[in-house]
Design a binder for this molecule. Structure first.
Ligand SMILES: *Cc1c(COP(=O)(O)O)cnc(C)c1O
Length: 366
């Protein structure tokens, strides 16, 4: 018996279907960071079977892993150093985002004759992270046009990203939309008319139809983050591997940060911060036999102590950390002072993965 992360791919199916109803354009399934911790290939296969048409990742290595897993759909990779292996990317039909002239030149330099590399030009619509500034954008478009005419690149997309789309009242949303619209006009003036124009990720897709354009890039939403109408796909459980009765006054764990006020039973689970249980999740709870129980003492690297209360619980009892009958990932995020994304992407490699709903996705995909 070991700690187990159960991944329910039916949740992904349900979430993709919801976004297909909401989004005006196509759905790109963003499966970076191992599909937000849910398994990139499984999430991609499931999302495609449910109606997503394209896949998005950050690195070329992630794109390559998906190709190796047999995913044939178009894949876009948007975060690469200029010495990335664009040649192999092109060979494997992986599209790349280019945030500036250097990247565009690097990508074009890896093109084989007769096989232009497919690129998405990236405009900074307000993140100040990646993407060309408004000032550099015309230069990027001009060079892209020249390289396209020379058969070196094929500009298939224009992309932006919004920094505050989770707050529909934030003024940067309208500003980002205007910047994107202007960038599209400038690109057209240079003779670039790519099929894909994409600005919205999960929040913008949920909150702001004006941001949808021809495609939404959905990552968090695939795995149930972003709206209460979405379905979470993870359940993390661990067996009680030790249990004991202690008397009042017993202190627990490193640094003695908690002391039992009354006699109680303590249980131990083999999950710690190396497994993605945030060490600072003070007051966090788990579910034992249908009852919420508190984590007490310091969360260690490998193990965590639970105050089970006055009644003993047998060793072997499964404890739900989140999902299922346990707390939600959102509760854990608030206990740890973070966002759900960090919790779901942080579960460590020691935790055994069990995938359910997979056969359905595979049947639908074949
Ligand atoms: C991660 C990412 C996305 C997906 O965002 P979600 O909010 O998780 O849907 C989309 N676009 C870019 C550029 C990203 O980095």
């Amino acid at each position: 018996m070991t700690a187990e992360l159960q991944i329910d791919l039916d949740a992904i199916t349900s979430n993709v279907r919801r976004f297909r109803r909401i989004a005006i354009g196509e759905i790109m399934a963003v499966v970076k960071a191992d599909g937000f911790g849910h398994g990139a290939a499984d999430v991609a296969t499931t999302a495609l079977a449910a109606g997503a048409t394209r896949i998005g990742v950050t690195s070329l290595a992630e794109a390559q892993a998906l190709r190796n897993a047999g995913i044939g759909a178009p894949i876009l990779s948007w975060l690469n150093p200029i010495d990335a292996d664009f040649r192999t990317a092109n060979l494997n039909d992986v599209e790349v985002a280019v945030p500036g002239i250097e990247h565009l030149n690097a990508a074009a330099g890896a093109t084989r004759p007769g096989r232009p590399i497919r690129v998405h030009l990236q405009i900074d619509t307000g993140m100040a992270r990646d993407g060309a500034t408004a000032r550099d954008w015309p230069h990027l478009c001009r060079l892209a046009r020249v390289l396209q005419d020379a058969g070196r690149v094929d500009v298939v997309g224009l992309m932006g990203h919004l920094p505050c789309a989770d707050d529909p009242t934030h003024p940067s949303n309208a500003l980002g939309r205007r910047r994107f619209a202007k960038a599209v006009r400038v690109a057209r003036a240079f003779g670039l008319h790519p099929r894909h124009r994409h600005l919205a990720a999960t929040s913008a897709t949920l909150n702001d139809p004006l941001s949808h354009h021809t495609m939404s890039r959905i990552g968090a939403g695939l795995v149930g983050i972003g709206s209460p109408h979405l379905r979470p796909g993870l359940t993390l459980t661990a067996p009680l591997i030790f249990s004991r009765e202690v008397s009042a006054g017993t202190s627990v764990g490193y640094g003695y940060t908690w002391t039992a006020a009354t006699s109680t039973h303590l249980g131990l689970i083999p999950l710690g911060y190396a497994d993605g249980i945030p060490r600072n999740a003070e007051g966090a709870e788990v579910t034992v036999n249908g009852h919420r129980r508190r984590i007490v003492g310091r969360i260690s690297m490998d193990q965590t102590v639970i105050d089970l209360g006055p009644d003993p619980v047998p060793v072997g009892q499964r404890v739900t950390v989140f999902g299922g009958d346990g707390p939600t990932v959102a509760e854990w995020a608030s206990w740890a002072g973070t966002i759900e994304h960090e919790i779901v992407t942080g579960i460590g490699p020691r935790v055994q993965r069990t995938v359910i709903g997979k056969q359905r996705a595979l049947r639908a995909a074949s």
